[in-house]
Design a protein around this ligand. Structure first.
Ligand code: HEM
Length: 491
């Protein structure tokens, strides 16, 4: 019983704590005693508060909300949560920066993660995207090297322009994404003022078994707003948590951010002959080839109560699909289908799907219904008669026999292959198109941003290779970058 009407402070075992200000000592001035369970427990517990941060996208913010279908897409997918206009599904969205560690500034020039969990009645569907429609590389084998080059150098302990640009010098396929990143959209003003993209091509299957390839576009209803390099540099110093502050306060004030979801839809039989490889993550599908179809509205209306429990411990995996939605042969996506759940087992443990933010709470059973058991921190209690093997004679859960998405044909020999080339599949055409779309002012800022980084590179051959990529995208682009770099080097 406590002295006031406030609840009693307890140890982890639930026993009342007598004194939370003074440790137990041998006499008034004496040393502390090993028998002080509350002190030992408190210090030991504190030592274990941090878990490994995400190897990428460590810094982030999250919020709950819902997705509501506004347009009928049942001709294209049998996914239940998209099956009826007006249907609502609870969601959790985590935004993030990519390269910096936990605690890095929000207003960095970096892609932003846009990881969305739909708690559907057919299981959790995770769409783990970015605020950019393309990516730097197209084979997952290059991902660890790419990330090493962008994160802190093992010797200097900081991000190094030499490493960043050296990787890009060796990766011409990055030119499109680099052009995007160094342009105006490279630093969003806040998480609310940017779009989200699934980026990869995914497979939708309708009730008749017909297959479509789709790309997801979440368009912000707040309007796109970005920061200049100068504004961002200042903000990183004055409010390193600027995106977190903005999202948190907006939702607390009842100003709920929203996005409209559109999809581009390609009938499966058009994929082989499309002018771009539709499974190449460094390419977009121009909207004049595949226009946007509106699907619904995503609204964020609730902040998590506890950042660690709900945001830090949230886990999104691109291989969490639901019936009617599946992967495409995009090699990057295929690599990601393995990487995330593996990261979760390391970062959070084998039972991370039992944590409330990750649990499939909207399914009829209210939890995962399978024969996976035990492991560290197993919290799911099963009925005493529930068998832990399958098949069994005791009425345990059984398979449906219905694949989540339609099987696709494959041909060829196993081996390492470059992705199939389509007619317009060079590394530079779409980067050049993006450059040519920009106004004079936008081109000026793009070139200044590139030159600001590239001019810090110490190796001339790395600078030249990068300039050659911009030249291949558009001769004017390359010429301007070269002039700006030389000016900075001389100045
Ligand atoms: C986070 C791997 C490409 C978006 C992560 C994590 C890993 C990873 C291991 C940390 C997961 C965790 O600890 O919870 C990879 C690999 C890639 C790749 C191997 C390429 C083969 C991409 C691409 C996108 C993307 C192309 C976007 C289109 C994200 C996002 C997160 C993330 C948004 C943060 C998820 C969260 O908020 O918890 N990635 N990634 N990644 N990745 Fe990737």
């Amino acid at each position: 019983m406590s002295k006031s009407s406030k609840p009693t402070l307890t140890t982890e075992a639930g026993a009342p704590v007598a004194d939370n200000q003074n440790s137990t000592s041998a006499g008034i001035g004496g040393p502390l005693l090993l028998q002080d369970q509350h002190l030992l427990e408190k210090l030991a517990r504190f030592n274990r508060e941090r878990i490994p941060e995400r190897v990428v996208h460590a810094r982030g913010s999250g919020a709950y909300g819902y997705f509501e279908v506004t347009d009928d897409v049942s001709d294209y997918t049998g996914a239940h949560f998209l099956g009826e206009v007006g249907r609502r599904t609870e969601t959790f969205l985590r935004f993030s920066t990519v390269a910096d560690n936990l605690g890095g500034p929000d207003a960095a020039r970096d892609p932003r993660g846009f990881a969305l969990k739909f708690y559907t009645e057919e299981g959790n569907y995770d769409l783990v995207g970015n605020n950019t429609p393309v990516f730097f590389i197209k084979d997952p084998l290059k991902f660890p090297d790419f990330i090493h080059s962008q994160k802190r150098d093992p010797f200097t302990g900081k991000q190094e322009p030499d490493n960043v640009w050296d990787f890009w010098a060796h990766s011409p396929e990055a030119t499109h994404q680099v052009t995007w990143l160094m342009g105006d959209r490279g630093i969003p003003a806040s998480y609310r003022h940017m779009n989200g993209y699934g980026s990869h091509t995914y497979q939708w299957t309708n009730a008749q078994g017909e297959v479509f390839y789709v790309k997801y576009h979440f368009k912000t209803n707040q309007g796109i707003r970005c920061l200049s390099s100068e504004q961002a540099a200042e903000l990183c110093g004055t409010d390193p948590n600027s995106h977190q502050t903005d999202l948190l306060q907006s939702i607390e004030r009842g100003v709920f951010p929203s996005w409209t979801l559109y999809v581009q839809i390609m009938p499966a039989d058009e994929a082989a002959d499309y002018r771009f490889n539709p499974f190449d993550l460094t390419k977009v599908w121009p909207h004049k080839d595949y226009p946007l179809h509106r699907v619904g509205r995503l609204v964020l209306d609730r902040n998590p109560d506890n950042v660690f429990a709900e945001v830090e411990q949230s886990a999104f995996s691109p291989n969490n699909f639901v019936p009617g939605i599946g992967p495409s042969p995009d090699k990057m996506l295929q690599g990601r289908l393995f990487a995330y759940a593996d990261a979760h087992r390391y970062r959070l443990g084998v039972n991370h799907t039992q944590l409330p933010v990750n649990a499939p709470k909207a399914v009829p059973s209210g939890k995962a219904n399978n024969y996976g058991r035990d492991g560290f921190m197993a919290a799911n209690a099963y009925d005493r008669y529930a068998k832990n093997y399958e098949p069994n004679s005791y009425g345990g859960p059984v398979e449906t026999g219905i694949p989540l998405s339609a099987p696709r044909p494959v041909t060829g020999y196993w081996g390492t292959h470059e992705a199939p080339q389509h007619t317009k599949d060079d590394d530079f055409f779409q980067a050049g198109e993006l450059f040519r779309l920009m106004s004079e002012e936008e081109k000026g800022r793009l070139v200044a941003n590139i030159a600001g980084g590239l001019s810090q590179v110490t190796r001339e051959d790395v600078i030249e290779k990068n300039i050659a990529h911009f030249t291949a995208a558009d001769p004017d682009y390359g010429r301007r970058v070269e002039a700006a770099v030389r000016e900075l080097q001389e100045g």
